[in-house]
Design a protein around this ligand. Structure first.
Ligand code: PLP
Length: 419
């Protein structure tokens, strides 16, 4: 065994002993049990020197690919000056980022609270909605994914994650995604907000009917219920618009961001709200706070990221790339309808639905052997998501598409042999 292989075995052993043995077994089953070492653009390299093409993008984090030089440069510069804040004085990058977000976000969103992850942004959004309305109930959608802290979990539409933790926060009610009539009947006098992803990501990449959001928004306005749009996965160009809710002209009361916002260099989360929602800070400006939220490293990373997204017109690139992927995958589905059941999504958020989760699992292993990094959607294991960098080049895209074609043929043979 080479010294690199020995190092790899040691890390597997440490995962087994000190991190999560069951997760380690799952990773090994999928064929990803090797240490990642470095990354650049759409490529990840393991310690053995193998090159992978990243088609998962850290669950949607790497809209710009890995280590975009502009973002890395901005962070390095800030690192030399002041990585964290005193928490007493003003933070210039925070103020500039909040202004930029107000400029690019839809409707009347004007204020920003920064935190460090998607689920933290959701927790804050739920708290603001309760404060603003003085009501406590939330409506969420089946298959929704909003994170795994207790509040977010209470509105995450998958039983396997919720069940072991009941009772969750009271007053959360689930409705079908895409059914505005059901939303209307679910609202009662205690409903604070309706929270929804514009396109469900972890639920298996689902788009709503075109009339859903206009109707849902009208119902929320009429009934005095806040509309919280969760753009943690769909935001920052991924679906072909800066924010996916723009596909349907939605104007949220509150919007949450994370993942791609800081270019995959420093963790960040954001809650955006209208002036009306932000009145909740009047009585007590510290009613919601975060030690690391708004740190200047994340802020300069986010500012540089938005600059790149705008300068390189990445939403448009995502739209074009998405069309190429969908067209190739639709052809493949026509060839193998027994293996691929559906191709859906927009921009660079595409879901491939397989006949069942076993076929999905075999596909992931087959793709791993072709050095393509992919993963299930968290709430539906029969669906693999294709989430490349928005400006992925044709060579890398062809690598992914060819690997999916070859893997589908291979999995079909295995499935036939297994009967
Ligand atoms: N909201 C959505 C739509 C997500 O897709 C996710 C994560 O996948 C989250 C919230 C939670 O984000 P995080 O994992 O950063 O807590």
């Amino acid at each position: 065994m080479s010294s690199l292989e020995e190092r790899n075995e040691e890390i597997i052993d440490l995962y087994m002993k000190h991190i999560n043995p069951s997760l380690m077994r799952l990773v090994a089953f999928m064929g990803y049990d090797v240490i990642e070492d470095r990354a650049e653009g759409s490529h990840v390299y393991d310690i053995m020197g193998n090159e992978y093409v990243d088609c998962l993008g850290g669950f949607g984090v790497f809209a710009l690919g890995h280590r975009h030089p502009k973002v890395v440069g901005a962070v390095k510069n800030q690192l030399e000056k002041m990585p964290m804040t005193s928490k007493e004085l003003l933070i210039e990058p925070y103020a500039r980022l909040a202004k930029k977000l107000a400029e690019i976000s839809p409707g009347e969103l004007q204020y920003t609270f920064l935190c460090n992850s998607g689920t933290e942004a959701i927790e804050g959004a739920l708290k603001l909605a309760r404060l603003k309305t003085g009501k406590h109930k939330f409506i969420y959608t089946q298959r929704a994914f909003h994170g795994k802290t207790l509040g977010s979990l209470s509105i995450t539409g998958r039983d396997v994650f919720q069940e072991p933790f009941r009772p969750l926060i009271p007053g959360a009610k689930m409705v079908q995604f895409g059914d505005a009539d059901e939303l209307e009947s679910a609202i009662d006098d205690d409903t604070a907000a309706f929270i929804v992803e514009p396109i469900q990501g972890e639920g298996g990449i689902h788009e709503p009917p075109d009339d859903y959001f206009p109707k849902a928004q009208r119902i929320c306005r009429e009934k005095g219920v806040l509309l919280i749009i969760d753009e943690v996965q769909t935001g920052i160009g991924r679906t072909g618009k800066m924010f996916a809710c723009e596909h349907w002209g939605i104007e949220p009361d509150i919007m949450t961001l994370a993942k791609a916002l800081s270019g995959g260099v420093i963790p960040v989360g954001a809650i955006l709200g209208t002036p009306s929602v932000w009145e909740v800070f009047e009585d007590n400006p510290l009613i919601h706070s975060s030690t690391f939220g708004g740190n200047p490293l994340a802020c300069v990373a986010a500012l540089a990221t938005i600059e790149v997204v705008e300068e390189d017109n990445l939403p448009e690139k995502a739209r074009i790339t998405g069309e190429k992927i969908k067209s190739a995958m639709n052809d493949l589905m026509a060839e193998h309808p027994d293996i691929i059941k559906d191709v859906r999504g927009r921009g660079c958020l595409i879901g491939l639905e397989f006949a069942d989760s076993d076929i999905g699992g075999l596909m992931i292993s087959a793709l791993a052997s072709r050095k393509v990094l992919v993963a299930f959607t968290l709430n539906d294991h029969s669906v693999i998501r294709i989430e490349p960098a928005l400006a992925i080049n044709d060579d890398d895209l062809n690598w992914i598409l060819n690997a999916i074609r070859e893997s589908t043929a291979e999995v079909k043979e295995i499935a036939a042999a297994l009967g």
